[in-house]
Design a protein around this ligand. Structure first.
Ligand code: ZN
Length: 165
């Protein structure tokens, strides 16, 4: 994110040593604005529907690139509420949280992904954000090596351990 001017007072921003790191801060002596650039939490759902996992392709993603249902939290929302809302908005499904899969730092996007296993029921109605979806059995699901892919990897491994018991 490129920023040149202070959103509080309109003065120029400049990089300076602030709180042990180089950060963009306001150059006005009377303004204390600092662009902290903290990671943003993102919720992600491994959505299971009748034994299959639902993968989604957002508009603008290249063909054959599918991922999990993800989204930003709304103000006042817990991650659990947020992920179920996203599943409902994007897929038209009501879901239940089966568990937290884990949290994953996605440094390239400056995000912290909170991934949940969600069991859903009903018939899928694709939301506006999505170009298409596909259903895949967990046996055929292969994790990708960035972002939410690490959640898939952990979920599949845990699932195998559970099944082996
Ligand atoms: Zn300022």
């Amino acid at each position: 994110m490129e920023m040149n001017f202070c959103p509080w007072c309109g003065e120029e921003l400049a990089t300076d040593q602030i709180d042990r790191r180089p950060r963009l801060g306001c150059t006005s002596e009377t303004c204390e604005y600092v662009f902290w650039d903290n990671p943003t939490p993102v919720v992600a759902a491994i959505t299971e529907l009748k034994g299959n996992v639902v993968l989604v392709r957002n508009h603008g993603w290249r063909k054959k690139m599918f991922g999990l249902v993800t989204g930003f939290l709304e103000k006042g929302e817990t991650p659990e509420q947020g992920v179920l809302r996203e599943v409902n908005e994007e897929l038209g499904l009501n879901g239940n949280i089966e568990g937290l899969v884990g949290h994953y730092s996605f440094f390239e996007m400056n995000q912290l992904i909170l991934a949940f296993h969600v069991k859903a029921e009903g018939d899928i109605t694709i939301g506006d954000e999505l170009a298409e979806i596909k259903l895949i059995s967990p046996e055929k699901l292969r994790p990708w090596s960035f972002g939410t892919g690490f959640a898939i990897k952990d979920w599949l491994e845990n699932r195998q351990t559970e099944n082996a018991k």
